[in-house]
Design a protein around this ligand. Structure first.
Ligand code: DC
Length: 225
């Protein structure tokens, strides 16, 4: 039987999950899905429409009005929110500062997980996030859990953000990451936790090429079945 292959990559914020996931998908000709972008786009909508996080009716109503789509071009994340391209805006600080609180909402998670599971039903995919190997695809054939030194992570993210926003400080970025780690690992609904069968990849001292090679070595046995 030819079952499609799902590769789940989970881990902390700014660990290089998306860099590895993209490279892997490109190499294997799999579809790449950035699940964090979905939570970010929902957050952007909630901020714009002043959705109260304590009002369940408002949240449910808002979710009905949110239509997300990925447009795969050169393995970069291009996501539209109700047909508007929001790929850049979802990376800005107002979204980063609020996304973990919104991603912790039960209604939001249920809706996103449903959509993510639909994407992996029939195609070979690489999906990165926080709960992909635990909740979205507990049966994924390969699960990688990424981690790296918090200072190294903050520096990497700072360099990315500084190019777009020179007012940003390293301290601000570090605080944002630490806060998100805390919220992501302590929330009630599918918190960030390593799946028992996930392989740990600490990339503090690894180049992107070395990480790709590590993952490809793990994928190889799946492809030859
Ligand atoms: O990967 P990222 O930094 O773009 O993710 C943004 C936020 O979304 C992150 O703080 C946690 C949340 N997230 C989640 O809860 N579950 C996922 N599968 C992916 C992201």
């Amino acid at each position: 039987m030819n079952k499609n292959i799902v590769i789940a990559i989970d881990g902390y914020s700014s660990c290089g999950k998306s860099t590895l996931a993209k490279a892997l998908a490109q190499k294997l000709h799999f579809i790449y899905v950035d699940s964090g972008a979905m939570y970010r786009a929902v957050t952007l909508y909630f901020l714009r429409h002043h959705v109260s996080l304590h009002n369940h009716e408002q949240i449910t109503e808002a979710l009905k009005n949110i239509h997300l789509n990925f447009h795969s071009r050169d393995y970069q994340t291009h996501i539209t929110l109700n047909d508007e391209e929001v790929s850049d805006e979802i990376r800005h600080m107002p979204v980063s500062d609020n996304v973990s609180a919104i991603a912790a909402l039960r209604e939001v998670r249920h809706e996103m997980v449903k959509q993510q599971q639909r994407m992996g039903r029939s195609k070979n995919i690489v999906m990165d996030g926080r709960d992909i190997g635990t909740t979205v695809f507990p049966d994924a054939q390969l699960k990688i859990f990424m981690t790296a030194d918090p200072n190294v992570r903050a520096e990497r993210r700072y360099k990315e953000l500084y190019a777009k926003d020179p007012d940003i400080t390293l301290e601000e970025v570090f605080e944002n990451l630490a806060h998100r780690d805390y919220l992501d690992t302590t929330r009630e609904e599918s918190p960030l936790v390593r799946a028992a069968d996930a392989i740990i990849l600490d990339n503090t001292n690894l180049t992107p090429d070395e990480q790709l090679q590590f993952a490809l070595d793990k994928v190889k046995p799946l492809l030859s079945v």
